[in-house]
Design a protein around this ligand. Structure first.
Ligand SMILES: Cc1cc2nc3c(=O)[nH]c(=O)nc-3n(C[C@H](O)[C@H](O)[C@H](O)COP(=O)(O)OP(=O)(O)OC[C@H]3O[C@@H](n4cnc5c(N)ncnc54)[C@H](O)[C@@H]3O)c2cc1C
Length: 446
C-alpha cells in the first residue's frame, strides 16, 4: 500500500468543496507557497448536484441573502459566515470566470446561459488554475487523526477503477476540509458518510438529521388535492401549534401532485413542519388557496344577495375553476347550485376549504426527493472566521454538512460558497502561518 502526502485534503468536491479547493489554492498562490491541495470525490462525474440544480439552470444565489432565510444553527452564527462572502462577492467571482449572472423577477440569480454546465465548468477551471488536484472517483472511507506531526490526518479511501491514482489508498494530510454535503439526493454521492467522519474526529451532530425542501405526502383526507394533480397556483401554507399559535407561513407557487403537495411554498415549509410535528404531534398545516382571502371574507362572498348567482360563478375570478369544482365536490355541493340554495354549513365549509384547508400530511418524500438536509454539525463547534473545528485543530468544515439549511432560491449555494471560501482560505492561511492551532483573531463569539 502506498502512502501519498498533501497539505490540504478536501473531502467532497461538490459546490462547497470545489469552492474551498479554489480558495485554498488561490490563497497559497497569493502567498507564493507551493502547497499541495487535493480534492477527493467518490462520484464518477463531478458536480451532479450543481447540474440538476434549478432545473438544470443552477440558481447560483439570490439577490438578497440574509440569515433570515436559513434555519439550523443560530442565525447570528449563520450571519457571521454569510457576511464574509456576500452576494456581490459571488457575482464578482463568477464574472471573473466569464460567467455572468442575471436576476429574475423572483430575485433568484442564474447564469445568463441558463445552463448549469457553465457554472460547473467555471468552478472546475478555477480549481485547476488554482493548482488544485481533483481526484475521482475516490470514495473516502475514513478520516483519522494520527498524531501531532505535521501531516496529522490520514484520509483512507477507495479509488475507483477509473481513478488516475488507483493504488493510492491512504493520503497523509496536514489539514482536512470536510465538504461531504448532507444526505439529500444520495445518488449524487452525498449519503451522510461525512457525519461519521466528523463524529470520529470529535464533533457532535444534531440529534435529528432530516430532509428539508422536501415534498409532503397527504393521506386519504387529502384526496381532493391529489385529484388536482398538476395544478399550480400561488397559495399560503401555514403551520399551527396544537394550541392554535401560527408558527410559520409561506406564500409562493404551490403544486398539487398525485402523492400530495410540492412547489416552493411547500418545500420551504417542510423542515418547519417536520420539526414542529416532532416536538408537538398536535401541530397542523393548513393551506390558503386564495392568499389574502379569509374564511370570513369568502363566507360573505358566498352569502351575496345576488341569489340567482351560482356557487361556480361566485367563485370565478377568485379560484381556478378546477379547484373550485373540487372543493364543491368535497363538501357535497353542486357547482351550479345557486347561492340562495346554499346552506349555511356548506357555505362555511367551502370558505374553510379554500382559505384554511386542513392538510392531512402523513410524511415526506424522504432524502431521495429532498433538495437539502436539516441538521448536521452545529456551527457552535467551529471558529466562524475560518470554519476550523474547535475540537480538532487542522480540520475545517463547510457546506451542507453543517447544521444550516436555507430556503428555496439560491440560498443553499450561497451558504456553500461563503463557508467554502472561509474554509479554503482559512486552511491555506493556517498552513502559511505554519501553526494549525492558532485561531484567527477576527473570530467572534457565536
Ligand atoms: C435537485 C436539487 C436542486 C437544487 N437546486 C438548488 C438551487 O438551484 N440553488 C441552491 O442554492 N441550492 C440548490 N440545491 C441545494 C444545493 O445543491 C446544495 O445545498 C449544495 O449542493 C450543497 O453543497 P455541498 O458541497 O455542501 O454538498 P454536495 O453538493 O452534496 O457535495 C458533496 C460532495 O461530496 C461527495 N462525497 C460525499 N461523501 C463522500 C465520501 N465519503 N468520499 C468522497 N466524496 C464524498 C459527493 O459525491 C458530493 O460530490 C439543490 C439540491 C437538489 C438536490
Amino acid at each position: 500500500m502506498s502512502i501519498d502526502r498533501c497539505d490540504i485534503a478536501v473531502v467532497g468536491a461538490g459546490a462547497a468543496g470545489l469552492f474551498a479547493a479554489v480558495w485554498a489554492g488561490r490563497t497559497l498562490q497569493k502567498r507564493g507557497l507551493s502547497g499541495r491541495v487535493i480534492a477527493f470525490d467518490g462520484a464518477r462525474k463531478l458536480g451532479a448536484k450543481i447540474l440538476v440544480a434549478g432545473g438544470g439552470r443552477c440558481n447560483v444565489t439570490h439577490h438578497v441573502v440574509d440569515e433570515q432565510a436559513y434555519a439550523g444553527s443560530s442565525r447570528n452564527a449563520i450571519r457571521q459566515v454569510l457576511r464574509r462572502f456576500d452576494v456581490a462577492a459571488t457575482v464578482r467571482f463568477f464574472s471573473e470566470l466569464d460567467v455572468e449572472l442575471k436576476r429574475e423577477e423572483t430575485g433568484k440569480l442564474f447564469p445568463t446561459t441558463d445552463d448549469a454546465h457553465t457554472v460547473l465548468n467555471a468552478l472546475l477551471r478555477a480549481a485547476r488554475e488554482a493548482g488544485t488536484e481533483l481526484r475521482h472517483p475516490w470514495r473516502v472511507r475514513e478520516v483519522r487523526h494520527v498524531g501531532q506531526d505535521s501531516h496529522r490526518f490520514e484520509v483512507v479511501g477507495e479509488p475507483g477503477a477509473s481513478s488516475d491514482h488507483p493504488d493510492d489508498r491512504v493520503i497523509r494530510a496536514r489539514m482536512v476540509i470536510l465538504a461531504t454535503g448532507g444526505m439529500a439526493l444520495p445518488r449524487t454521492g452525498s449519503d451522510g458518510a461525512g457525519y461519521g467522519f466528523a463524529r470520529a474526529l470529535g464533533h457532535s451532530t444534531t440529534p435529528r438529521i432530516v430532509p428539508a425542501l422536501v415534498p409532503l405526502l397527504l393521506g386519504d383526507g387529502g384526496v381532493f388535492i391529489k385529484d388536482l394533480s398538476g395544478l399550480t397556483l400561488p397559495a399560503t401554507i401555514e403551520l399551527w401549534s396544537s394550541t392554535g399559535r401560527k408558527l410559520q407561513s409561506f406564500t409562493n407557487s404551490t403544486l398539487c401532485t398525485h402523492f400530495g403537495l410540492s412547489g416552493p411554498s411547500v418545500l420551504d415549509m417542510s423542515r418547519y413542519w417536520l420539526e414542529a410535528h416532532h416536538q408537538d404531534p398536535g401541530a397542523t398545516l393548513t393551506m390558503n388557496w386564495l392568499p389574502g382571502k379569509t374564511v370570513e371574507g369568502l363566507d360573505q362572498l358566498l352569502s351575496s344577495p345576488a341569489s340567482g348567482t351560482t356557487v361556480g360563478r361566485a367563485l370565478a375570478g377568485h379560484a381556478p375553476e378546477r379547484l373550485a369544482r373540487a372543493v364543491c365536490a368535497k363538501v357535497g355541493v353542486e357547482f351550479a347550485q345557486t347561492l340562495a340554495q346554499l346552506k349555511r354549513e356548506h357555505r362555511k365549509a367551502i370558505a374553510t376549504m379554500l382559505a384554511r384547508c386542513p392538510l392531512n400530511v402523513t410524511g415526506d418524500r424522504g432524502f431521495t426527493f429532498a433538495e437539502v438536509t436539516a441538521g448536521g454539525v452545529p456551527l457552535s463547534e467551529l471558529h466562524l472566521g475560518s470554519m476550523e473545528s474547535r475540537v480538532c485543530p487542522g480540520l475545517y468544515l463547510c457546506g451542507e454538512i453543517c447544521d444550516v439549511d436555507g430556503r428555496i432560491g439560491g440560498f443553499n449555494f450561497q451558504w456553500a460558497w461563503a463557508s467554502g471560501f472561509l474554509a479554503g482560505q482559512g486552511a491555506a492561511a493556517a498552513l502559511a502561518e505554519g501553526d494549525t492551532a492558532t485561531k484567527p483573531s477576527r473570530d467572534q463569539p457565536d
